[in-house]
Design a protein around this ligand. Sequence first.
Ligand code: AMP
Length: 406
Amino acid sequence: MKILVINTGSSSIKYELFDMDNHLAMASGMAEKIGEDTSLIIHKRILPNGESAEKMEGVLIADHHEGMKRIVDLLVDPELGPIQDKSDISAIGHRVVHGGETFHSTTIIDEKVIAAIKENIPLAPLHNPPNLVGIEVARSVFPDATQVAVFDTAFHQTIPMKAFLYAIPFDMYRKNRVRRYGFHGTSHAYVAQRAADYMGQPLVELNLITIHLGNGASMAAVKLGKSVDTTMGMTPLAGLVMGTRSGDVDPALPFFMANHLGMSLRDIDEILNKDSGLKGLCGTNDMRDVIEKKNAGDDRARIALEVYAYRIKKYIGAYFAALGSLDVVVFTAGIGENAPYIRELSCSGLNGLGIEIDEERNYGTGSGIREISSQKSKVKVLVIPTDEELEIAQETKTVLQKTLME
Ligand code: AMP
């Protein structure tokens, strides 16, 4: 069974084609800067033996529809395409950012689902509209494939009310659905399951803290397989320090910025989302550069890393309390997988909670799942590469098989 995973942004379409009979990626790529003068398409054909061939082409792509057609041309290209005809693709798995309270799981897309994703636009005004464009375009280009929506928020819909409600007038929840939703759900779900596989125990018997540290960053407390709390909120601005996002700040800060610094709402939005986090603290949002600067003696980079890791440590403590007991901590995504210094700082001094990292293991190299806790650590600390696209493909396959059985 071939499944195409699509992640549509306002000017881009990212894609990955999977052969779900063996869970292997066959091709991946991205159409970028759609609608601009400098649009381009990058395509990679992946062979079963792991070898790959790439093509990058600067072509004018007027809109998402044209972008999708070009992607299909590459997928069926005699040299670079892994399939012969687009009808070989059974289903399209769409990443949809906000499912609000409507969607608790992966769903086959029909008119009702499209209407519900539209209703959730106020909760994700930058993300849900392009996701809808992706669905519309895929429906017209692949009329015979099943279209499936996989929501970033769905995994966190098990979070109980005491953890998702903000202490503000209740009507804002009842009428406007203001609450914590959480994001990166596919990644948290994927690494939690991989951790359970590694431990050789059912996920429903484990308590985990999953720490996704990419450009965006979030943590989840996963109790007996279910998300019970997460650091992002109604929007992805809350929680951890990120590349350019502040994470948690005093909620009165925007009033100060407006009333005393004369900033507009747009300025404040821009500063907290795009000029804060690591970038705000030390001038660069790329963790590799921040660590390099710190190693070269830059004090601002050092303190930025301390702020970054301290926030993670604080949430590990908070989620330990929320879970009651802890079996596994998982680090994942670009920084979580590749920055041992951040893992070390975040877990230092947590012996009292039974969390102890082994320095040699932590700084050792290797790919795949790695155990970095010491022999005597009560809690296992794992590094697990995330694969959100594979998780979307897997979820898509599962709902497809369910409908075939009905
Ligand atoms: P992601 O959003 O998962 O692609 O992660 C992006 C982040 O991972 C960026 O901040 C990168 O600097 C960081 N990253 C990638 N490779 C490394 C590395 N080897 N060491 C430290 N950070 C890294």
